[in-house]
Each structure stands twice: as structure tokens, then as C-alpha cells.
Ligand binder design. Structure first.
Ligand code: IPE
Ligand code: IPE
Ligand code: MG
Length: 245
């Protein structure tokens, strides 16, 4: 594995953890086995990220659209998530990881909400790596949620002052679940689909998009390095011009 220049590494990587079900089906295993294996791979992936000293990762674990799945699968996902946090919370604390959640977790089983809140509270002062778990997350819902919060504030403002002060991009971003994380530099989607599936639409405005057929449970350190090497060769222009050499 080649080493990549540190200044060419992304600051914020987002990953769509896709392909667990197919991984299991290919082995004649129940889909839940794929999710379990995906969880194990996630733990390994976080260690790779720590080693690389990348400061922010966002992980798409359950979308607002995933409620369309059979109840049994959803139930197994909550069970695995509970086990994941119970098993690794202490290690996250030791490794100075800050756990953040994006999404509406009030729709999750009580025990999941409790362990997530415990994880947030016990890691909130950590600064080594921000791990943003996107759970019951949908980007469109996130934006509507932000607008509704702003509406409420603006109605109050109008009632008190008779005026409404317009907001700008920076102020708007304060109402997104992901605040105060920086924009996504690199979005990785394993599993072979070439779509965003309602993930971080605002935050990925200028992200580099990396798609691979590898299913998430098989996504290895080598796959990560391949993605990073590809990323290091991108010329990010942000609407400007190519740098003159
Ligand atoms: C992603 O894997 C995990 C979740 C959506 C929770 P999938 O379950 O979508 O796996 P595939 O796409 O069916 O293989
Ligand atoms: C995206 O995967 C959501 C997560 C990985 C949590 P899906 O499997 O739900 O996406 P689609 O349905 O293929 O777009
Ligand atoms: Mg999928």
C-alpha cells in the first residue's frame, strides 16, 4: 500500500455503508448476518481512519427510507446497533473519539436511544476523531427540519420587532444535523450503486464521489487506500480555474 501525502488526504469522509444484504445472500446467509459483518468491518474501518489521522467521518447506517424494509430486518438492525455501541463505547472513549448523531433518533427503540445518548455524553469532549453516525437520517428531511426551526425563530423575531432578518448560508448550516462538521471532501459508496440515496446532499456540494462494486463487509484497508489515492489525484477547483503550473 502506497503512503499518501498527508496534505492530500480528505478532512471529512462520508461513507454509504451499502451491500450488507447482498454479501449475506451470496453466502446463503440471512441478511442480518451481512449487517453483523458490516458492523465488524465498520470497527476495523474506524481504526484505519484513526491511523491516518483523518479528523471527520460520516457513516450512513439507516436512512429515513429504510423504514420500508421488513420489520424483522429493522429489528435486527437495532439489535446489532445496540450491541455495537455496548461493545465499543469504552474503546471509543479511550481512543478519544467524539460520537455524533445525525438524524431523528426519537423513532428508535428506547434502549437504542439510551445507549446513543450515553455515547454522545461520554465522548462529547473528545477531539481526536469525530464519528458522525447517520441514523434515521435523510438529507431532504434534514433540510426541511432546518427550515422549520428557522421559521419558528423568524416568526418570533417578526412578532417582537416587526421585521425579518434574512439568513445566509453560514447561518443556515447551523440548523443542519451535521453542524459543526465541515463539508464532505470524499464520499465513498461501496455496493455497486451509482446514487446518493438522500445522503448529505447539502454537505456533498463539492465532494469528490467514489463508487466501488466491493460490498461494504468486504471493503478493506486496501480499498480505502485505493479511494484515497484516487482522491489525492483530483484537482478540486470549487468553480474556479485549473491552477497554472
Ligand atoms: C446497507 O446494506 C445497510 C442498510 C441499509 C442498513 P443493505 O441492506 O442495503 O445491503 P444491500 O444493498 O441489500 O446489499
Ligand atoms: C443507503 O442504502 C442507505 C444506507 C446504507 C443506510 P440503501 O440500500 O437503502 O439505498 P438504495 O435503496 O439502494 O438507494
Ligand atoms: Mg442497499
Amino acid at each position: 500500500m502506497n503512503s499518501i501525502e498527508k496534505n492530500k488526504l480528505p478532512k471529512h469522509i462520508a461513507v454509504i455503508l451499502d451491500g450488507n444484504g447482498r454479501w449475506a445472500q451470496l453466502r446463503n446467509l440471512p441478511r442480518s448476518e451481512g449487517h453483523r459483518k458490516g458492523g465488524e468491518n465498520l470497527k476495523r474501518f474506524i481504526d484505519d481512519i484513526l491511523e491516518l489521522q483523518i479528523p471527520y467521518i460520516s457513516l450512513y447506517a439507516f436512512s429515513t427510507e429504510n423504514w420500508k424494509r421488513p420489520k424483522t430486518e429493522i429489528h435486527s438492525l437495532w439489535k446489532l446497533m445496540l450491541e455495537f455501541f455496548a461493545k465499543y463505547l469504552e474503546e471509543c472513549i479511550e481512543k478519544k473519539i467524539c460520537i455524533k448523531i445525525s438524524g431523528d433518533i426519537t423513532k428508535l427503540p428506547k434502549s437504542n436511544q439510551e445507549i446513543i445518548n450515553e455515547a454522545i455524553n461520554k465522548t462529547k469532549k473528545n477531539k481526536h476523531l469525530y464519528v458522525n453516525f447517520c441514523i434515521n437520517y435523510g438529507s431532504q428531511q434534514e433540510i426541511i427540519n432546518a427550515i422549520n426551526q428557522i421559521l419558528e425563530i423568524k416568526i418570533n423575531q417578526f412578532q417582537q420587532t416587526g421585521q425579518i432578518k434574512k439568513i445566509n448560508k453560514k447561518e443556515f448550516e447551523k440548523y443542519l444535523y451535521t453542524y459543526p462538521l465541515p463539508p464532505v471532501d470524499l464520499l465513498i459508496r461501496p455496493g455497486g450503486e451509482y446514487r446518493i440515496s438522500n445522503f448529505l446532499l447539502w454537505q456533498c456540494a463539492y465532494a469528490e464521489l467514489y463508487f466501488t462494486k466491493t460490498l461494504w463487509p468486504d471493503f478493506s484497508k486496501e480499498d480505502l487506500y485505493n479511494a484515497l489515492e484516487w482522491y489525492s489525484k483530483r484537482e478540486r477547483r470549487f468553480g474556479g480555474l485549473l491552477s497554472i503550473k
